[in-house]
Design a protein around this ligand. Structure first.
Ligand code: ASP
Ligand code: MG
Length: 410
């Protein structure tokens, strides 16, 4: 088998941990697998490097930032190759430009355009374990680029796709993808499998296990991802194409995000063009809008409510005050005291009444819903922040996701 393994920052945090993953790599090698290993920088290193640059000036040159932050992964690649060779396992590091991971030129958030795998393949054919630093690439002109925070996941999936690997294993500090954040919901369970679509929704709703772009990549090229812990020997979670025999509950996971603010523009004249006015102002300012609700019009006036990331809250509020003045709206209000609770699952497509069940679970807990948004496989409700965690637990129980719930039903 050809396996791509990616090790995250906590898995390579010091020499002892690097030695322990080297032993795991050698085990896989002894079973005759070909291995490409993608590594992150040591935990905290990327932040440390960014802080150094930002202590020089507020907006460091982005080309130079990429030269700087890509070193974190380079150091670990060399240390891992040295460790493997010292354990008598032939290994070789290939940096982004040597492995020919070609990206566009958008420094600090580059996108991979192709990988010319010749050098990697010839090293593999010589029996070497190939170690590649994640997060980095090279543009057509030879400049070093990086793929955005968490980008090593995407490096690994892209390499697995280019090399047609059998599987891409992502080793991290959790032992898989859970039905909810175990820190909030102690009855959360590890999932054996989850589809690409569900993982994409979960990642964009705040589950931090995988970088969203890596899941998009995996879905596009149909690369199965196995998320595992580098500290324990569990089975992990397989992120893969939807299969017919997948355990099909109504809901696969419950997520929670408390980093959004709600903005309401009230008593807006209800006539064509107003929504476009509001949302064009926001998109011109590069502000991403999430949930949008427009009330039914009363006497030709309406209220428009939407949510944005907390980081954009104040800016969006100021913009809305300007827009309100122009279009003749009565007032603008901002509420940071909210949480967004979502349920995700392919099962929603075939089970009726999932939304009404969600709403009645929240009602039973006395939780008021302030806004709702849905997609084919997701329903999100905005609630008061203090009820967010309670909502997660209540939904987790009601949709049969608690530990042991499946067995009990039989
Ligand atoms: N070292 C980079 C980061 O901290 C990339 C990664 O770890 O995936 O964002
Ligand atoms: Mg990471």
């Amino acid at each position: 088998m050809l396996i791509v393994q990616k090790y995250g920052g906590t898995s390579v945090a010091d020499l002892e941990r690097i030695a322990s993953i080297a032993k795991r790599i050698i085990r896989y090698r002894e079973e005759d697998n070909d291995l490409v290993i993608v590594v992150s920088a040591m935990a905290g290193e990327t932040d440390r490097l960014l802080n150094l640059a930002h202590s020089i000036c507020k907006f460091p040159d982005e080309r130079e930032l990429d030269v700087l932050v890509s070193t974190g992964e380079q150091v670990v690649s060399a240390l891992l190759a040295i460790t493997l060779k010292n354990m008598l396992c032939d290994a070789m590091s290939l940096l982004g430009h040597q492995a020919r991971i070609i990206t566009d030129s958008s420094h600090t958030k580059a996108r991979i355009s192709r990988i010319e795998q010749d050098l990697i393949v010839s090293a593999l054919n010589k029996g070497k374990v190939v170690v590649v630093p994640g997060f980095q690439g090279v543009d057509e002109k030879g400049n070093i680029t990086t793929l955005g925070r968490g980008g090593s996941d995407t490096s690994a999936v892209a390499l697995a796709a280019a090399l047609n690997a059998d599987v891409c294993e992502i080793y991290t500090d959790v032992d898989g993808v859970y039905t909810a954040d175990p820190n909030i919901c102690e009855k959360a369970r590890r999932l054996d499998r989850i589809s690409f679509e569900e993982m994409l929704e979960m990642a964009s709703l705040g589950a931090k296990v995988l970088q969203i772009r890596s899941v998009e990549f995996a879905k596009r090229y149909n690369v199965p991802i196995l998320v595992k812990s580098s500290f324990t020997d569990g089975e992990g979670t397989l992120v893969c194409k939807e299969v017919a025999d997948m355990e099909r509950m109504e809901v696969t996971g419950v997520t929670y995000n408390k980093n959004e603010s709600k903005i309401t523009v009230s008593k807006v004249p209800d006539k064509p063009g107003i929504a476009s006015h509001i949302f064009t102002a926001l998109s011109d300012a590069q502000i991403v809008v999430d949930v949008i609700v427009q009330n039914v019009s009363r006497e030709n006036f309406t209220d428009i409510t939407f949510t944005v990331a907390n980081a954009d809250g104040k800016k969006a509020y100021k913009l809305m005050e300007e827009v309100a003045g122009k279009v003749g709206a009565e007032k603008v209000a901002i509420d940071e005291n909210i949480a967004k609770v979502s349920i995700v699952g392919l099962g929603m497509r075939s089970h009726a009444g999932v939304a009404s069940k969600m709403f009645s679970v929240l009602a039973k807990e006395g939780i008021n819903i302030e806004a709702i948004t849905t997609s084919e496989i997701k329903i999100s409700c905005v609630v008061e922040k203090k009820y967010g965690e309670l909502a997660v637990r209540a939904l987790h129980t009601a949709f049969g996701l608690d530990t042991g719930a499946v067995e009990e039903e039989k």
